[in-house]
Design a protein around this ligand. Structure first.
Ligand code: KIV
Length: 269
């Protein structure tokens, strides 16, 4: 496990070349960022999954740039080593290139992010190039792109047929040509993710894309058992915190009701 040495976009490239796997997780607040950073995570993504697992929206679409900045600032305050990447929320980068650059710049300047992530392929290449010209590192996100949920018709595996697979591959290489430093590949058949990973010169970070990507990412609340509204096949729940938290809270309620809390040891003379 790597625990020292600031993670940068250059270091991620070196890790790919050395065949060293990259571990990425989401975080949305200070305590989670401190825990992730101290345990040696390489990349912390302030994902727009924030909308679902923290703010309780049905999907990621309602998340605003203001909310992303607010949570990115909290994460940044708790992070010393990991690279902090912030998601660009729905409609903050699709309408106007100049507005997209300004919004990405706000995540860097006000939020303290070190890079931004955008969903899409060839249709956003001009925007990605403009962000990179403005010195903003960009991580791409292809495959299942949750901001396109209504167009895709649900959370489904992408790139299954030949035409869709070709388009995904073309999107990956268009993002590479535009200057993206890494690529999230979500919910695609593992042979396709493996092929892109082998052929492309930037790190691929998989989620539901099989074991051959250069790195993996999960939503923290899925890994910890803190979100049960949607449970994709690709999630591995490493610990189930919900019942532990419920037990602690129930004990507290009962201690208050039965006058067992506070005791004198928790009181002042
Ligand atoms: O918003 C998010 O958490 C993400 C990851 C699932 C890659 O985009």
């Amino acid at each position: 496990m790597q625990t020292s040495g600031k993670v940068t976009t250059t270091k991620l490239l070196q890790m790919k070349s050395a065949g060293e796997k990259i571990a990425m997780l989401t975080a949305y607040d200070y305590p989670a960022a401190v825990l992730l950073d101290q345990t040696g995570i390489d990349i912390i993504l302030v994902g727009d999954s924030l909308g679902m697992v923290v703010l309780g929206y049905e999907n990621t679409l309602p998340v605003t740039i203001k909310e992303m900045i607010h949570h990115t600032r909290a994460v940044k305050r708790g992070t010393a080593r990991a690279l902090v990447v912030a998601d660009m929320p729905f409609l903050s980068y699709e309408v106007e290139v100049s507005q997209a650059v300004l919004n990405a710049g706000r995540l860097i300047k006000e939020g303290g992010a070190e890079a931004v992530k955008v969903e899409g392929g060839s249709e956003i290449i001009e925007t990605v190039s403009a962000m990179i010209r403005a010195k903003i590192p960009v991580m791409g996100h292809i495959g299942l792109t949750p901001q396109s949920i209504h167009q895709l018709g649900g959370y489904k595996v992408q790139g299954r047929d030949m035409t869709a697979a070709k388009k995904l591959r073309a999107d990956a290489f268009a993002l590479l040509a535009a200057g993206a430093f890494a690529l999230v590949i979500e919910c695609v058949p593992w042979p396709l993710a493996r092929e892109i990973t082998q052929d492309i010169g930037i790190p691929t970070i998989g989620i539901g894309a099989g074991p051959h990507c250069d790195g993996q990412v999960l939503v923290l609340h899925d890994l910890l058992g803190l979100y049960d509204r949607i449970r994709p096949k690709f999630v591995r729940q490493y610990v189930n915190l919900s019942p532990l938290i419920s037990d602690g809270i129930k004990q507290y309620i009962s201690d208050v009701r039965e006058s067992r809390f506070p005791g004198l040891e928790e009181s002042y003379e």
